[in-house]
Design a protein around this ligand. Structure first.
Ligand code: FAD
Length: 458
């Protein structure tokens, strides 16, 4: 049966666009979520919205699961293929068009976020959302995950910069939701329903986004703290005093020590906060000084700042190496995600240290902390430790962020990994009806449950 279906799909989409050889199927079974691997039935290389329409009509008729895919960098299993599914790889669909006059960029789903940003920069603008994975993450993946990034404290996540999306529904119908204008008030906001839907409602084929001017004058402050809680307090104090930095990044001493050792860097082995400020040239130094003073008052042992672009790059080197360092230092590693009110940052970092000791597992901390978002990096000696140490530790940490008034995910989503934690969060807020409503929406849009089944909820 599988063979016949694949043959039909090849006739429909062209033999060169449908991949079914075992090596490729094996490769596509992997994503950045190493816990689960599953092989699809076939992979389709998508070149146009019409291709998506054809695949979805076909899959809906034969009730075959469909998993939209960008680069597979989801760390919670959102892009892990369902068994026997058709994976649709949108990366060949990469058009980008900058409309400078109207401050909008239109990008197809397979364009890399970094590529879109580079295109905007040719005109003095930038793409506001910058996930650390921007070189690999696609526009479709970032939309489907409502991704955030370093500039989240200023510009928010994909949800906040998207003006419109083109989507293909499971029955093959194409809709344009929203529009390339800065304001639109026209009934239920279906566009935002698709942002963060993790491929469970339809396939996003293109989007229209706000762009922002590249700041002309930027300076970077870097502060080193002996105590991890003081570093977290420093982040809170900057926001509390009304600064709106371009970025506020956080990294604990565990990650810095490892980065020094593994990547041959030479940073003070302390907890770090990095703050970028943009402002007119005449006031930039004053503002950098003020931020430095706030960080000192929060307990920083040493604070530096610079406006020299080369120096700024050097100061960021250790943050850039954080995730690769953990991945290189341990045979198996996992990146958690949580979001808390800014005032709760010191409490959550304290909890991470306690949980790390309780489960005897290495947990470093990084994050775009300026919007209350942190990523515990868990380093394991073997994959088995995932079940005995890492998962219980992360459940405790991410669960505690609910108690602090926060959420189990700031930007990585639910996927396969956080389905039970999502229920926990909803229960804690007496919001269990939300799952029922989500299921109802899914049923209306995708009655045959072909779109990325088993993600977000069962
Ligand atoms: C080292 C590293 C750093 C990261 N840093 C960040 C970060 O700073 N911020 C952040 O938010 N995330 C980050 N992530 C997570 C991940 O990179 C993002 O979620 C990213 O946007 C996913 O893009 P992708 O193209 O790889 O999507 P995939 O992993 O391929 O897909 C993700 C989900 O989107 C769905 N999907 C993909 N394309 C479409 C489409 N066209 N239509 C409908 N659904 C679709 C998939 O079905 C799946 O559910 C990081 C991951 C890694 C490994």
């Amino acid at each position: 049966m599988g063979y016949e279906l694949v043959s039909k799909l090849k006739e429909l989409l062209g033999y060169e666009n449908v991949i079914s050889d075992p090596e490729e199927l094996y490769t596509y079974g992997f994503t950045a979520y190493a816990v689960v691997r599953e092989e699809p039935l076939a992979i389709v290389k998508i070149r146009s919205t019409e291709d998506v329409v054809k695949v979805l009509k076909f899959a809906n008729e034969y009730k075959i699961p469909v998993v939209p895919r960008g680069s597979g960098t989801s760390v919670i299993g959102a892009s892990t293929p369902s068994k026997g599914s058709i994976v649709i790889d949108l990366r060949p669909m990469r058009g980008i068009r900058v409309d400078v006059a109207n401050g909008v960029v239109e990008a197809e789903a397979g364009a890399y976020v970094d590529e879109v940003d580079r295109e905007c920069r040719k005109y003095g603008f930038m793409f506001p959302v910058d996930p650390a994975s921007a070189e690999a993450a696609t526009v479709g993946g970032a939309l489907a995950m409502d991704s955030g990034g370093m500039r989240g404290a200023r510009y928010g996540t994909m949800r906040h910069v998207t003006l419109g999306v083109e989507v293909v529904l499971p029955d093959g119908q194409v809709l344009t939701l929203g529009a390339p204008v800065y304001k639109q008030a026209t009934g239920y906001d279906l566009m935002h329903l698709f942002i963060g839907s993790e491929g469970t409602l339809g396939v996003i084929t293109r989007g229209w986004f706000k762009i922002v001017p590249v700041p002309k004058h930027v300076g970077r402050v870097i502060a080193y703290f002996d105590e991890v809680e003081d570093a977290a307090k420093g982040v809170f104090e900057i926001r509390r005093r009304g600064f709106t930095p371009l970025i506020i990044e956080f990294m604990d001493d565990i990650v810095v020590k490892l980065a020094n050792k593994i990547k041959g860097l030479n940073f003070p082995e302390k907890n770090m906060v990095i703050v970028d400020i943009d402002a007119p040239k005449e006031v930039l130094n004053n503002l950098l000084n003020e931020v430095a003073e706030v960080l000192k008052a929060s307990g920083a042992a040493d604070v530096k700042f610079t406006t020299d672009p080369n120096e700024m790059v050097k100061l960021y080197a250790v943050r850039k190496q954080a995730y690769p360092t953990f991945a290189a230092a341990f045979p198996f590693s996992f990146m958690g995600d949580l979001s808390v009110p800014l005032s709760a940052l010191p409490a959550i970092v304290k909890k991470v240290r306690e949980v790390s000791a309780k489960y005897d597992v290495a947990i470093g901390l990084i994050g775009h902390a300026g919007d209350g978002n942190l990523h515990p990096l868990v380093g394991l000696q073997s994959k088995d430790e995932w079940w005995t140490k890492a998962r219980p530790a992360l459940i405790e940490i991410e669960g505690y962020s609910i108690e602090l008034g926060g959420s189990i995910s700031g930007e990585h989503g639910v996927g396969i990994e956080r389905k039970d934690l999502l229920i926990k969060e909803l229960k804690a807020r007496n919001n269990e009806r939300v799952i029922e409503i989500m299921r109802g929406i899914k049923k209306v849009i995708d009655p045959n449950n072909i779109m990325n089944p088993g993600k977000i909820f069962d």
